[in-house]
Design a protein around this ligand. Structure first.
Ligand code: NAP
Length: 334
């Protein structure tokens, strides 16, 4: 089979290679992968910034969708012909994560989805909503599940206001889920064009965070001075202070990403004197993926796919992610 491999750190060492076809063992299925999608984490992995101790070669990317083409002995959860996504953390099926479960992630330390074939344990799979294209379905395992759990952990309900930062994969899913739950959405972006697009997707308000560095204060004004119920925090160190300006007393911040840096100086009084709940989110388990898929089916939601590349163009897909010009998900046809 053909697979993309990280042979050394940096995009120059991303190689399309030949590997022996995997065979499904006991309890495993063989997937003919149809599409993969990129997350920011995958770019960091290729650059050697996510885990410099990662053993190479590694097949990158945690997210993808495939068709079951062969089942091993003992498989009962899926059948040949089913279209399924491997879950992000292969051993985290429900409940709280443990260190071991959190280390069972695809695209590092385990080989990922940027390949023609994958042998996957039957427990590490979910069936995908029928109405989605392959690229749309491939976009779900990390970004969508993270956005879903960011909202679920905060208990978002109809009438709440949710602030989403930027127009990357996680944030657009958060916008769609928040709208489906009946919440009002305030979106930020560096681009007025992208803000126009998030308004088309249902965001009530858009703030250009480049033109308005005090976007948190502005978001609070847009809620009549009360503050938003939830901030979906993907920026991290460089955005947290403004997120704390935006959030209401007793509101929540789902801590997800570090697009704007990792080491934050925080005025702690803004957290405890406002009774703000800081919710660390690490993607989510299989059960939450299945719950999310039900919501996606009920509401007929469609992930936003920016561009689709071919397997041999994978480097260009990663370059696009690095340049940050995308709106939604970058996919690769496998
Ligand atoms: N904790 C978890 O389980 C988990 C899961 C998934 C992702 N993540 C993390 O979440 C973050 C987002 O991931 P992603 O895959 O959605 O990334 P992505 O698709 O690459 O998102 C990129 C977008 O983020 C926006 N952005 C960048 N810097 C920003 C800033 N300072 N303020 C506001 N928006 C900013 C930009 O939007 P505009 O162009 O509109 O400005 C950019 O286009 C990453 O740090 C990723 O590692 C964590």
């Amino acid at each position: 089979m053909r697979a993309v491999e990280i042979r050394g750190w940096g995009l120059d060492n991303l190689i399309v290679s030949e590997r022996p076809d995997p065979k499904p063992g006991f309890g495993q299925v063989l997937l003919r992968m149809r599409a993969a999608s990129l997350n920011f984490r995958d770019l960091l992995m290729v650059q050697g910034k996510y885990n410099p101790k990662q053993k190479l070669p590694l097949i990158p990317c945690s997210d993808g969708v495939g068709e079951v083409v062969e089942i091993g002995e003992g498989v009962t959860r899926v059948r040949v012909g089913d279209r399924v996504c491997p879950i992000f953390a292969q051993q985290w099926l429900a409940g709280e994560p443990t260190r071991d479960k959190a280390r069972s992630t695809l695209g590092g330390p385990l080989d990922g989805t940027l390949a023609e074939l994958m042998a996957v344990d039957q427990e590490g799979l979910v069936k995908v909503p029928d109405h989605l294209t392959d690229e749309e379905a491939a976009s779900l395992p990390c970004a969508a599940v993270t956005a879903w759990n960011a909202l679920m952990a905060a208990g978002v309900k109809a009438g709440d206001t949710v602030l989403v930062q930027g127009t990357g994969g996680v944030s657009l899913f958060a916008l769609q889920f928040a709208k489906a739950l009946g919440a009002r959405v305030i979106a930020t972006s560096s681009s007025d064009q992208k803000l126009a697009r998030v308004r088309e997707m249902g965001a009530a308000e858009g703030i250009n965070y480049r033109e308005t560095p005090e976007w948190g204060t502005r978001a609070k004004e847009l809620t009549g001075g009360v503050g938003v119920d939830l901030v979906v925090e993907v920026g991290g160190a460089g955005t947290l202070d403004q997120s704390l300006r935006a959030v209401r007393f007793g509101g929540a911040i789902s801590l997800i990403g570090n697009l704007a840096g990792i080491d934050a100086q925080v005025r702690l009084t803004l957290i405890f004197m406002q009774h703000v709940r800081m919710l660390g989110i690490f993607v989510g388990h299989r059960e939450s993926f299945e719950a999310m898929n039900r919501a996606i089916s009920v509401h007929g939601l469609r992930p936003v796919v920016d561009r689709v590349f071919q397997l041999e163009e994978s480097r260009a897909a990663f370059e696009l992610m690095g340049a940050g010009g995308h709106f939604g998900k970058i996919c690769v046809r496998t």
